[in-house]
Ligand binder design. Structure first.
Ligand SMILES: NC(=O)C1=CN([C@@H]2O[C@H](COP(=O)(O)OP(=O)(O)OC[C@H]3O[C@@H](n4cnc5c(N)ncnc54)[C@H](O)[C@@H]3O)[C@@H](O)[C@H]2O)C=CC1
Ligand SMILES: O=C(O)[C@@H]1CCC=N1
Length: 278
């Protein structure tokens, strides 16, 4: 691969927008980026906002690209892969998929086989440059290709390699779905504070700042989260009461159960989609 590979995105939705935005901010050139999707507002926004090349022809996009990033919904991935398979078998690019629940083997089969393939599980905070992604490379991926993928996903947040593809399920349930868990917490806190008479806008601002501040502290501190939590709990004070209520109400086993159910669904999706498109 050349030092400035051509990178082609298939799909122009939320995640593709986030990734391209981060890439351009961190020095990738728009001239090296192609995007392919049906001719809709998303695609035209890509062209106007980012100055990247756009097409409605997935095959053409695939043919231009040293790296193809598959950024469509899992449900239409089989059709998209089937369509571009003849091109990629000819040009043999690096293929990167961000789809939930689709294994490297399944994708490789749909693409005709034998391709270097990286699976990435990103998350929506990528939209604000604070993403967290787990990356897995199959045996065909070279070190140089790994570096390229890492530089793309580092441009929108944290990008960490996984040794074993099975761990993608655990990452999906952690950081892939995770933003929604914290949004739920924000909703609940805002609701409780509003009920107690705090203006809802004020409640939201305070809750968000508290979550962001706590996350920043956890990231910077030498202490683990358990210690940071204890530091807030003055003996006989208010926090102790709230934490006691969470523990008594079974928050930890509930989090464990929610995590397991997301992981189970990720595994089911992998099986369902592999079977549905055999
Ligand atoms: N939203 C999330 O939190 C996360 C999503 N993902 C994965 O990212 C992928 C994309 O998700 P989003 O960006 O949220 O979806 P989205 O719905 O915003 O975007 C999908 C894009 O695909 C395009 N598209 C539809 N049919 C097409 C076709 N035949 N050929 C080319 N493009 C086509 C649409 O026009 C749209 O631009 C999914 O596979 C999802 O599993 C991964 C991690 C987190
Ligand atoms: O809910 C989902 O299936 C996708 C994967 C992780 C976040 N959204």
């Amino acid at each position: 691969m050349s030092t400035s590979p051509t990178i082609g995105f298939i799909g122009a939705g939320n995640m593709a927008t986030a990734i391209i935005g981060g890439m351009l901010d961190s020095g990738f050139r728009a001239a090296n980026i192609w995007v392919s999707a049906p001719d809709d507002d998303h695609l035209q926004t890509m062209r106007r906002k980012f100055g990247v090349s756009v097409t409605t022809d997935n095959r053409y996009c695939a043919e231009q690209s040293d790296v193809i990033i598959l950024a469509v919904k899992p449900q239409i991935m089989a059709e998209v892969c089937g369509d571009i398979a003849p091109m990629v078998q000819n040009t043999r690019p690096l293929v990167v998929s961000i789809a939930a629940g689709l294994t490297a083997d399944t994708l490789d089969n749909w693409l005709g086989g034998g391709l270097p393939l990286v699976r990435v599980m990103p998350n929506t905070p990528s939209l604000v440059g604070r993403g967290a992604a787990g990356l897995y490379a199959n045996d065909g991926v070279s070190d140089a290709q790994k570096k390229t993928v890492e530089s793309i996903f580092s441009s929108i947040g944290l990008a960490l390699w996984l040794e074993d593809e099975e761990q993608i399920h655990g990452v999906t349930a952690l950081s892939g779905s995770g933003p929604a868990y914290f949004f739920l917490m924000l909703e609940a806190l805002e609701g409780a504070a509003s009920e107690a008479g705090i203006d809802p806008r004020t409640a939201r601002q305070l809750a968000i700042q508290t979550m962001a501040g706590a996350a920043e502290m956890a990231a910077r501190s030498e202490h683990d989260p358990a210690q940071l939590k204890r530091n807030v709990m003055s003996p006989g004070g208010t926090t102790e009461q709230a934490i006691h209520t969470f523990e008594e109400g079974g928050l930890r086993p509930l989090v464990e159960k929610a995590y397991q159910s997301a992981m189970k669904r990720s595994k089911e999706m992998a099986t369902e989609m592999a079977q549905a498109n055999q």
